[in-house]
Structure formats: structure tokens, C-alpha cells
Design a protein around this ligand. Structure first.
Ligand code: SAM
Length: 255
């Protein structure tokens, strides 16, 4: 535990404490056959997070939490591995896995250093997992190492624009003002005990992805439909209909 980077140690304690708040949504998502994504429950058809040819492929979820995304991958025929930094989150994942009759590996660990050999996977995915809570200078090269040439990385995370516009006070929604500087934004610690997040500009994402050996195939700025709802207080539908509050990055490891 001591050799873990400081942000990983802090985020582990945070997620072990938060895990019980994610049980109900984890159960609901395990029960769902058709994936929906992010804080607005965007249908898979709108964002195409999952390739159609998953059957027989090796897939890894980086920061799987309760592992419902891993379950969606397994149901599509992938050989999946879920990795998460929180044993408490994995306890829910293990219980649900058992209830649904799956037995894919669930690893307790840091997505920045995963104990699998190079080129073990065809597909890596993260929805608000390692892509938000791990250091991109570490987890992106690690994802590249784990993927085979031509393998795909897809992740969904808060938009950079929203990170500029959301007030530091907990529970207050993003405003139409730029509240902090874009230059120098990378690691964010919100006041209070909210762990360590990483929010990168588009330029920084492009650079870290390309330097790690990826070609970027798409960047989808997610727009929730009229009438969409979210349990999260940090953005309103009115805001998210005007500006992207979430983004999906799709990259492919260079052959
Ligand atoms: C919001 S959950 C993501 C799971 C699910 N997609 C969801 O949205 O509920 C964030 C997860 O990332 C995990 N996490 C944070 N830092 C991590 C790291 N360095 N390596 C692996 N998992 C990490 C946390 O333990 C937590 O379970």
C-alpha cells in the first residue's frame, strides 16, 4: 500500500468509503442488457462505446467499480478482466457477478500498473474510472502496453469545458462562466475530501494518447436528449444541452 502513488492511496480510501453509495446504481446497471452511459444514461446507439465485434476478444475495464460495464462486455462474448482500486467496490462487483453467474477476473489494483503481460488485450474501456481518477501520464501508456497492435481504447469522462465552469463548492452546478484557468489544468483536488481527479485539455489528451502510441479515432461531445435526468448535482440539463459536459474518446493502438 505504501508504494502506491499518493493520489492512488487517497482515491482508494475515498472509493472504499463511497462504495455503498454505488450499490443501487450498480445493481440497476447489471440488470440492464442494453448499455446506457454516463450521468444521463445515454443509449449505446448515440455514443458507440462498444465495438460490435467483441465476441472472442480480450477486454479490460480500467476502474470497473461494480463492474457492470465488464458484465456488458462478457454478455457480448468478450473474455473480460475488471480492475479496480477499491476492494469495497469490488465486493459489490463480486456479489453481482455471482448472482448473474459470471466468473471473469476482478483484480484489486491500480490501473497505472496492471500485472498482465504486454499485448494481452484487444479492447480497453473506462467510464469515469481510471480515466478520471488515475494519472493519464501513467494509465494511458499502461493501456497502450496492455493492448495488442490495432487494439482499441474507449473512455468516457467529464468534459474539459465543464471542469472549467463548475464551482468548487460541493453540490453546485456548472455555471456559464469560466471559473478557473485552462492552462495548467491537469490534477484537481476539490475542497473537502473528494480525492484527486485528473482533467485534461483536449491538447493534453491528444498529446498523451499519441505519445503513448495511439491514433485518435473520435471525440464525441455528449449531448443528453430533451427530458434527460441525472442524479448528479454538478450540471443541469439546461447547461448540458448547450455545452458538452461529458466526452467520449476513442483511440486505436498503432499497428
Ligand atoms: C465512478 S466509478 C467507475 C465505475 C462505473 N463505470 C461507474 O461510473 O460507477 C470510479 C472507480 O474508479 C476506481 N479507481 C479510481 N482510481 C483508480 C485506479 N488508479 N485504478 C483503478 N481503479 C481506480 C474507483 O475505485 C472506482 O471504483
Amino acid at each position: 500500500m505504501n508504494e502506491l502513488p499518493e493520489h492512488v492511496r487517497r482515491n482508494r480510501a475515498l472509493w472504499d468509503a463511497w462504495a455503498r453509495k454505488y450499490v443501487v446504481s450498480g445493481e440497476a446497471n447489471w440488470a440492464r442488457d442494453n448499455p446506457t452511459w454516463g450521468i444521463w444514461g445515454i443509449p449505446e446507439a448515440q455514443v458507440g462505446m462498444l465495438p460490435d465485434d467483441l465476441a472472442g476478444k480480450d477486454a479490460i475495464e480500467l476502474g470497473c467499480g461494480t463492474a457492470y460495464v465488464s458484465a456488458w462486455l462478457a454478455r457480448r462474448g468478450a473474455r473480460v478482466v475488471g480492475v479496480d482500486n477499491s476492494e469495497a467496490q469490488l465486493a459489490t462487483a463480486r456479489r453481482l457477478q455471482h448472482e448473474y453467474g459470471f466468473d471473469f477476473p476482478l483484480l484489486h489494483g491500480n490501473a497505472e500498473a496492471i500485472p498482465y503481460p504486454d499485448a494481452s488485450f484487444d479492447f480497453a474501456i473506462s467510464e469515469y474510472g481510471a480515466c478520471l481518477w488515475a494519472d493519464p501520464q501513467r494509465w494511458v501508456p499502461e493501456a497502450a502496453r496492455l493492448l495488442r497492435p490495432g487494439g482499441r481504447l474507449v473512455f468516457l469522462v467529464n468534459s474539459f469545458l465543464m471542469a472549467l465552469c463548475v464551482p468548487a463548492e460541493d453540490g453546485v452546478a456548472a455555471t456559464d462562466r469560466l471559473l478557473r484557468a485552462a492552462f495548467g489544468m491537469y490534477r484537481i483536488e476539490w475542497p473537502g475530501d473528494f480525492g484527486v481527479e485528473f482533467h485534461l485539455s483536449h491538447g493534453d489528451w491528444i498529446r498523451v494518447l499519441r505519445l503513448s502510441g495511439f491514433e485518435i479515432e473520435d471525440l464525441i461531445e455528449v449531448r443528453p436528449p430533451v427530458g434527460a435526468t441525472t442524479p448528479y448535482p454538478f450540471v443541469t440539463l439546461e447547461w448540458a444541452r448547450q455545452w458538452p459536459c461529458e466526452e467520449v474518446w476513442k483511440a486505436r493502438k498503432r499497428a
